[in-house]
Design a protein around this ligand. Structure first.
Ligand code: PMP
Length: 448
């Protein structure tokens, strides 16, 4: 092992002391994947408080496409610290906010006139996209998709689809929210082609407008171009374009939630570019600023201008630190050609697991769009019964051996790769070797 360096068992003594304090003073609700505490992050590596170094395949849930602590971002943040920390955009404006709005208006899909407004988190971007869509259309209904994830605030949670752990016991939820199916080709009904499944779902919209909500009371459809928490489920171009056509037919706005898919993850700056669809509104966060909390809503200028003065806002939205970090991240993604790199990373991961699939039938499907790569595990390839236990064990065991990775999926049976796109080939291969070894051991020796 060249990059992974384990000096203690995980958690080590310093981490154990911190864990005791964590359990005493922090509620159990917020989950923790790696049972240790970071001391330093650099590129695709994380070093913990006991001096153990891990290869990071989780990237802070898809936030670290540009790597941990890129020097350009850290430099811009330090320079900003010497000037001012926060004035609130609503109190006294600052130039980086405008510069980042200009940049996002330029690089997001579509060459129409756009405007951008900033917030703090992905969920808050979703909330505001919904507010703006309702204000513009003067309609109430919002349609999201089964297995979709949009955040944990009340509107975002209402649009989210997985009951446990996201929604269980937290109702009542926001009214006037509806769910439609989203194609999951690996688990499609027998006898249907992918195109037939797409057409079946698209046809359902028309019935839905008769049975559930009239189309002329639907403000927006919100869609992840690739479902993230839902297990990296990739729809077809036909499906995404079909949804857009329905939206256009009924003057419904199309909101693309690119919180997880944005900023080069899928091999394009924004995943919608794969589908040839220009959304009316796009929500962005996560990898926008290398870990500094900030989110954005970018949309057609006339839509974004629907709320009147004072009708949208927030104390911290678009903080100067977030804005200067994001400007550097975008430059870095472009300069270092991280979209191309994402393609190569996705291919390397897929190749390794395609080889393994011939001997490990528990590997049901390997899915990828750029570096948004996932492996869906099953108990056997015929029944496709989800193998949640195996994924849980892989995540825990690889962590003990120096790799940080996350699960996903409605059935919690998907291993998802969100490595920093600055990861080197050697680091990537080393991490994959650890995962491969763990899978083989768990399946062959422990029979998971
Ligand atoms: N939308 C999508 C597609 C996401 O993946 C997430 C976070 N996983 C969110 C919204 C919510 O973002 P946040 O956790 O920053 O509120």
């Amino acid at each position: 092992m060249k990059f992974i360096e384990l000096k203690t068992e995980i958690p080590g003594p310093n981490a154990k002391r911190l864990l005791e304090r964590r359990y005493e003073h922090v509620p159990k609700g917020p989950f923790n994947t790696a049972l240790t505490f970071v001391e330093k992050g650099s590129g695709a590596l994380l070093t913990d408080v006991d001096g153990n170094t891990f290869i990071d395949f989780a990237g802070a849930i898809g936030t670290i496409n540009a790597g941990h602590c890129p020097k350009e971002v850290v430099g811009a943040l330090k320079a900003q610290l010497d000037k001012y920390l926060h004035t609130s955009f609503h109190v006294m404006m600052y130039e980086p906010y405008i510069a980042l709005a200009e940049k996002l208006n330029e690089i997001t899909p579509g060459d129409h006139s756009k405007k951008t407004f900033f917030l703090n988190s992905g969920a808050e971007a979703v909330e505001n996209a919904v507010k703006i869509a309702r204000k513009y259309t003067n309609r109430k209904g919002i349609i999201s998709f089964e297995r979709g994830y949009h955040g944990r605030t009340y509107m975002a949670m209402s649009l989210t689809s997985k009951v446990k752990p996201y929604k269980y016991g937290f109702g009542p939820f926001a009214t006037d929210t509806y769910k439609m199916p989203y194609p999951y080709y690996y688990r499609k009904p027998e006898g249907l082609t992918n195109d037939e499944l797409d057409d079946l779902i698209l046809a359902k919209f028309e019935d839905f407008f008769l049975s559930e909500v009239p189309a002329d009371d639907v403000a927006a459809v919100i869609m992840e171009p690739v479902q993230g928490e839902g297990g990296f489920v990739v729809p077809s171009v036909r499906f995404v374009q079909g949804v857009k056509t329905i939206c256009e037919k009924y003057d419904i706005l199309f909101i693309a939630d690119e919180v997880q898919t944005g900023f080069a993850r899928t091999g394009k700056m924004f995943a919608m570019e794969h589908f040839g669809v220009v959304p009316d509104i796009i929500t962005l966060s996560k990898s926008i600023a290398a870990g500094v909390p900030i989110s954005a809503v970018t949309g057609r200028a006339k839509i974004m201008d629907a709320p009147n003065i004072g009708e949208i806002g927030g104390t911290y939205g678009g903080s100067p630190l977030g804005c200067v970090a994001a400007l550097q991240v975008i430059e870095l993604l472009e300069k270092d050609q991280l979209c191309e790199r994402a393609e190569a990373i996705g291919q390397q991961i897929a190749e390794r697991f395609e080889k393994l699939q011939s001997t490990i039938p528990q590997i049901g499907e390997i899915r990828s769009l750029g570096a948004m790569t996932a492996i869906e595990f099953v108990t056997d390839s015929q029944t496709k019964t989800p193998n949640k236990e195996l994924v849980g064990s892989i995540v825990q065991e690889v962590n003990k051996r120096g790799v940080v990775i996350l699960g996903a999926g409605l059935y919690s049976n998907v291993l998802r790769f969100l490595c920093p796109l600055v990861i080197t080939d050697e680091q990537l291969q080393e991490g994959l070797t650890v995962i491969e070894e763990v899978i083989v051991e768990l399946v062959n020796e422990k029979g998971v």
